[in-house]
Design a protein around this ligand. Structure first.
Ligand SMILES: NC(=O)c1ccc[n+]([C@@H]2O[C@H](COP(=O)([O-])OP(=O)(O)OC[C@H]3O[C@@H](n4cnc5c(N)ncnc54)[C@H](OP(=O)(O)O)[C@@H]3O)[C@@H](O)[C@H]2O)c1
Ligand SMILES: *[C@@H]1O[C@H](CO)[C@@H](O)[C@H](O)[C@H]1NC(C)=O
Ligand SMILES: *[C@@H]1O[C@H](CO)[C@@H](O)[C@H](O)[C@H]1NC(C)=O
Ligand SMILES: *[C@@H]1O[C@H](CO)[C@@H](O)[C@H](O)[C@H]1NC(C)=O
Ligand SMILES: CC(=O)N[C@H]1CO[C@H](CO)[C@@H](O)[C@@H]1O
Length: 349
């Protein structure tokens, strides 16, 4: 049995090696041809389209709303903080969205998810893009957590909070040959210490939407957004803390992000919407994160060593934070918008 297993293993390695040897050069040429000849001309016209965005009250979702608005789409905006949501809705109208509705809801509840899809259809009569973007993160290592049950929230918001609206929106998306855009994270592909649940929720999201993509084929296209660090309330330090409550913790943020530059969200939102309109499957931005996917496939142990050296804290400090402090690099690497702990407070959410 053992030798059969060994033979099969050798055969598989050689077979897959051959497939890659033939497939990779061909796909490279095809991709190049696509980039040069087709890509500039493929682009969905968003005028008259309806887009539902979850997590639209701040950060990436807010900027995505503005990009869709500029391109003439009507919007249905979802998050829990109503005032913040209404302010985003107003700006979106000013930027050119013909019609915008704000639907306050907690997306981790399936009933609420059902309601917001229902209200969107009742108001607009159609749905063309679903942007599943709402999410929370946390910064503590597993053994620091003092209230473990509070951490089911991470899965409830990041994973189920994307799956529920997808489920209820799917019939309408099929009817319109629409698209799903889902905001995941580089952390879902590349393990990063101190983010076990965040990392797991994002990995689950990526796998789920990759599988759904193969089930749906061309009927409903799926764009998976894989952001690295960009400015938002999340990178201001708003996170699920070890005691199980959500608040802003800048010091923890400095440990987590360290000397990694934080990208401008407006730029990312622009690239994300353009890529979705071209039907692209993955968007990794800032793009310097892309090689990390390859590194993760070829040498996961390097990622692991780096993660330990960089993020694991000794006496409340980590190499990442020490580098940040020693070089004074924060001024250049973090946009001004996240260098203050102020967030759009409302009911302490
Ligand atoms: N910023 C980054 O560096 C980065 C990197 C990788 C991935 N991401 C991902 O990007 C997505 C957006 O995050 P962000 O960076 O823009 O952070 P953010 O500014 O904190 O935005 C998160 C949004 O999600 C909403 N939200 C949270 N819980 C919700 C719930 N239960 N129901 C409905 N809405 C909820 C928030 O609105 P309310 O509080 O009003 O409900 C807010 O609008 C997340 O999925 C995040 O994981 C961000
Ligand atoms: C959804 O909307 C329809 C009308 O568009 C209504 O008849 C139905 O009761 C609603 N369902 C729920 C669960 O709210
Ligand atoms: C732990 O978190 C859960 C969920 O947020 C909460 O209901 C519970 O009261 C918390 N327990 C303690 C001991 O703080
Ligand atoms: C985040 O990390 C910092 C550094 O270890 C820690 O002090 C903080 O307690 C962590 N998050 C919380 C407050 O849960
Ligand atoms: C530190 C940590 O939780 N790492 C996990 C992140 O997610 C990947 C899956 O993508 C796991 O393999 C890691 O163990």
């Amino acid at each position: 049995m053992d030798s059969l297993n060994w033979c099969l293993s050798v055969v598989m390695h050689i077979a897959i090696g051959l497939v890659l040897l033939i497939y990779l050069p061909i796909s490279l040429v095809l991709r190049l041809l696509y980039w040069v000849f087709l890509r500039p001309f493929v682009k969905e016209d968003l005028r008259g389209k309806v887009v539902l965005i979850t997590g639209a009250s701040s950060g990436i979702g807010e900027q995505l709303a503005y990009q869709y608005a500029r391109r003439g789409a009507s919007l249905s905006l979802v998050a829990r903080r109503e005032q913040a949501l209404r302010a985003v809705a107003k700006t979106a109208r000013d930027l050119g969205a013909p019609d915008v509705i704000a639907l306050p809801a907690d997306i981790s509840s399936s009933e609420e998810a059902k309601r917001i899809v229902n209200e969107t259809i009742a108001h607009f009569g159609q749905l063309n893009h679903l942007v599943a973007n709402a999410g929370i993160w946390s910064n503590c290592s597993f053994d620091e957590i003092t209230n473990i049950t509070a951490f089911t929230r991470m899965m409830d918001v990041n994973f189920w909070g994307s799956v529920y609206p997808t489920y209820y929106a799917l019939p309408h998306l099929k009817a319109s040959c629409g698209r799903i855009i889902v905001t995941t994270s580089v952390a879902g592909r590349v393990p990063t210490a101190r983010m076990s649940f965040y990392n797991a929720s994002k990995a689950a999201e990526i796998r789920f939407y990759e599988t759904l993509r193969s089930e749906l084929g061309k009927q409903v296209q799926i764009t998976i957004l894989i952001p690295g660090y960009v400015e938002s309330e999340l990178t201001k330090g708003k996170a699920l803390q070890k005691e199980g409550e959500v608040r802003v913790n800048e010091e923890a943020r400095d440990i987590q992000i360290g000397p990694f530059p934080v990208g401008h969200t407006e730029m990312m939102a622009k690239i994300a919407v353009d890529s979705a309109c071209r039907g692209e499957e993955y968007v990794t931005w800032p793009s310097w994160y892309s090689p990390f996917h390859m590194l993760m496939c070829l040498a996961p142990e390097l990622v692991n060593w780096f993660s330990i050296a960089f993020y694991v804290t000794k006496e409340g400090n980590s190499l990442s934070k020490r580098i940040l402090e020693a070089t004074g690099a924060k001024k250049f690497l973090y946009p001004a918008s996240i260098r203050s702990p102020k967030i759009k407070t409302e009911m302490n959410k």
